[in-house]
Design a protein around this ligand. Structure first.
Ligand SMILES: Cc1ncc(COP(=O)(O)O)c(C=O)c1O
Length: 456
């Protein structure tokens, strides 16, 4: 039966007439006034009924046809499709409101100082990027070719790794590179060794990839190579500045580690997160410099410029880089062109070197201040490099309680226990001194030492 629909046209305002009609049809189907199978008037009849042009009625029907509300049977007319309306989704109820984050002074490790006034070198790089049109098409999945050349030169000069652009893959930082590597190379049942205490995000990455983890003890020189077993797929290691205890893997142990990897065929994953900052002697060349067939080296801008840039590099054998790039070409997961182009400009103009030099001077003073303030409470270790120190506390102290008390007093600081897994060791605090301004560092240390005074 043909319908005479209760449609109203508003000519004074609102959407175009055909859209008004279509909307009223939809509402009539959803509220049941128009049932499935109902035959609609012809466009000519509808136009006449409403006093609109036939083109308006036709456009409304075309739209409803295209969306699937109507179906036409040749020679038979236009009918309402069987559309069972969805029940409206239940609005999600959150029972508890998140507490507004409190402003804390932070002594958490791992975040550099960010100057509130951008450096001219930084601005120059971005001006240069903004003056270019983006590439037309998908970039090389391993990274911009010119940037790979510049990074090969950079890691050669700064970290002693003799390599070419074919050994470089541009990443979104260490963790991105690590996850990519694990995702592409691991097999079911593989085991990975990770320093204990060590970097929690590396542990999470291994767990997410269903790797079995061997907790490897660390001493004042870093990873204990003698604790490695023969059945490992990979070893994650921070040879320049063990995270978080601060040891530097000495040459003899590096050689032992490389010999072990050559014998077992395991892959060594070198996390070189803060090697740019050493305050005693020049940094040792990277572990990767010894054997690029066995070591995959991960570098990052997170400690030198900012973790918010999400940019880093992976240095590996050409075969590994190709394998990772092929995977990325399929996943689309690589850093965007503007960020890569900006880093290229920063490397070429020497801005990265300049920023590192400037920060190194700044951190050297802060480090001395932090060590002096904390020395009375325990043993300060790892102070020769990086952006943090570790304060080892007497055995009876509960470092998580100290961290909680500091938090209540307005200072965020990480307990060493949060970096430990199964290897026992003394409690402590991992104290980053880079992030705050000099004044805030002073205030934060005053709060923390007061907490330590009253609780150990
Ligand atoms: C040991 C270690 N590796 C790497 C990173 C940096 O990771 P990303 O480059 O992914 O920011 C950090 C940051 O805190 C770290 O502590």
């Amino acid at each position: 039966m043909e319908s005479s629909l209760p449609l109203v046209i508003d000519r004074t305002a609102g959407p175009a007439l055909h859209l008004q009609l279509a909307e009223q049809f939809r509402a009539a189907v959803l509220d049941g006034r128009l049932q499935a199978g109902h035959r609609l008037p012809s466009t000519r009849a509808l136009a006449k009924q409403l006093g609109v042009s036939r083109a308006v009625a036709q456009s409304a029907y075309d739209q409803l046809h295209a969306e699937g509300w109507l179906e036409g049977r040749t020679g038979a007319g236009t009918f309402v499709t069987d559309v069972t309306p969805l029940r409206p989704a239940q609005p999600r109820r959150t029972t508890s409101r998140p507490e507004p984050a409190r402003e804390l002074l932070t002594l958490r490790p791992g975040i550099p100082y960010i100057d509130p006034t951008p450096d001219p070198g930084w601005r120059r790089a971005w001006r240069e990027v903004s003056a270019q049109s983006p590439p037309g098409g998908y970039d090389d999945a391993a990274g911009l070719p010119a940037l790979r050349v510049a990074l090969a030169e950079h890691v050669g000069r700064v970290r002693g790794i003799a390599c070419g652009p074919e050994n470089i893959l541009v990443t979104n930082g260490t963790v991105h590179g690590l996850r990519l590597l694990l995702g592409v190379t691991r097999q079911l049942g593989d085991r990975i060794a990770i320093e204990d205490p060590g970097y929690p995000n590396a542990v999470v990455a291994a767990q997410d990839h269903r790797l079995e983890i061997l907790d490897v003890p660390v001493d004042r020189d870093g990873l204990q190579v003698s604790a490695l077993t023969e059945d490992l797929h990979a070893v994650y290691v921070t040879p320049s500045h063990q995270y978080p205890l601060g040891g530097r893997l000495p040459v003899a142990r590096r050689n032992e580690l490389i010999r072990w990897a050559r014998r077992t065929g395991a892959m060594l994953i070198e996390d070189d997160y803060d090697s740019e900052f050493r305050f005693d002697v020049a940094p040792l060349p990277a572990l990767a410099q010894l054997d690029l067939d066995r070591v995959v080296h991960l570098g990052t801008l997170s400690k030198t410029l900012s973790p918010a840039l999400r940019l880093g590099w992976l240095v590996a054998s050409e075969g590994t880089v190709d394998q990772l790039a092929t995977f990325r070409a399929n996943s689309g997961d690589w850093p965007g062109w503007p960020m890569q182009a900006a880093l290229l400009a920063m490397l070429r103009d020497g801005y990265l070197d300049h920023a590192v030099r400037k920060h190194r001077r700044r951190y050297a003073d802060r480090r001395i201040h932090a060590c002096a303030a904390l020395a009375p409470y325990g043993r300060v270790i790892g102070q020769d490099a990086g952006l943090h120190i570790t304060l080892l506390l007497p055995d009876h102290v509960d470092d998580r309680r100290i961290s909680a008390l500091a938090h209540e007093a307005g200072v965020a600081v990480a307990p060493l226990t949060d970096f430990r897994r199964s290897v026992p060791g003394p409690p402590g605090l991992v104290i980053g001194y880079a992030t705050p301004t000099a004044e805030d560092l002073h205030r934060a240390l005053a709060v923390l030492t007061k907490v330590l005074d009253t609780s150990i």
